[in-house]
Design a protein around this ligand. Sequence first.
Ligand SMILES: Cc1ncc(COP(=O)(O)O)c(C=O)c1O
Length: 403
Amino acid sequence: MNENEIITTENRYLANVFSKKPVVFTHGKGALLWDINGKEYVDCGSSYGVAALGHCHSRIVEAIRAQAEQLITLHSCYYNDKRAEFIEKLVKITPKGLDKAFLSNSGAESVECAMKLVRKATGKTEIIALMGGYHGKTMGAVSATWDKKYREPFMPLVPDIKHVSPENPAKLSEAISEKTAAVIMEPIRGEGGIRMLPDGYLQEAREICNRKGVLLIFDEVQSSFGRTGKNFACQNWDVTPDIMCLAKPFAGGLPIGITVAREDLMSAFKMGEHTTTFSGSPMVCAAGCAAIDTLVEEKLADKAASNGRYFKTQLEELAQKHRMIKEIRGLGLMLGMELRLDVHGILLKTLKKGVLVVDAGRTVVRILPPLVITKPQIDRAITALDEVLGEEANERASSTVPN
Ligand SMILES: Cc1ncc(COP(=O)(O)O)c(C=O)c1O
């Protein structure tokens, strides 16, 4: 198929739910992608954080190739060498005490599992989430997601989910009731605009939950795997939740969801109460082993911290120059540039200049590059953003000049 046929076919036969960009990518390596015409792009979106190791990392390619010749699929009712290896590697890096996991296939599924688990472990139904939070689009996860445009078309949702403003931990404390099973939050809200919580918020949330006997869930689907300079974002503040939701990069780009919890909590699930056919397939686990080995051995969290500092400094310099930048936010390589305008057009223009960035709400450009991005590649991204913002300012100025 040629470029036009590919675009027409996807548009014709796939549900029209993704805001498609007019480009067909065919291959990638590290932080680079190439389109069907051979044009090269710097990927600063990593497919919304999945390609943290970069595209086609040799260790992932090799692990998938080798496992494909051994065993691709095996239901979790049978034991498997790669699954055991993967889970051991995972619990070696998770915060202390979080050492019992359920494997699934996506971020939303990891949240569904957490939501069911807290009901089972506490016998209570209420969950408190944060305004601006995002937890996915399955029925439970979307009920905890804040943005009305994702929730309202699907009412009635899962009941007993309240949202509180994160501006002040007192609001969280006031919202907790006799019925509350758990509080769920992202340590840094990603989809909600790369928004940090106020200083001390996570620590206070932990204390409040301890005091009130309520479970604390961190949704680290986007913020984990070294992206913020630590393997898990919560480690930046030395706070450990009772349950953590993981997904995106943990299998080197293959679909995975992981809900990891304290053993006493996970044991609340009885035989058969929460399962899924693809849980812990050998292929995904083999890729997951290679992904975790690479994260640890290549010290990618440290790399994200230093690359992130460099990227953020460059963005802050752009903010000095372009009035339409309102704020630069984020930690490590989880960065956001809030603009005083809708970012949709900016994303398309940046793409044309050979750089992929993604959105986070209407006004925030989200930057989630592979952790292996190089400084020259960061410079290319900055140059493209600089040019696009400059051109946008000129266009706006010329369209408002009176004749
Ligand atoms: C924090 C967070 N939780 C959950 C999800 C949902 O993950 P998925 O799209 O894999 O279902 C996402 C996806 O972006 C996310 O960022």
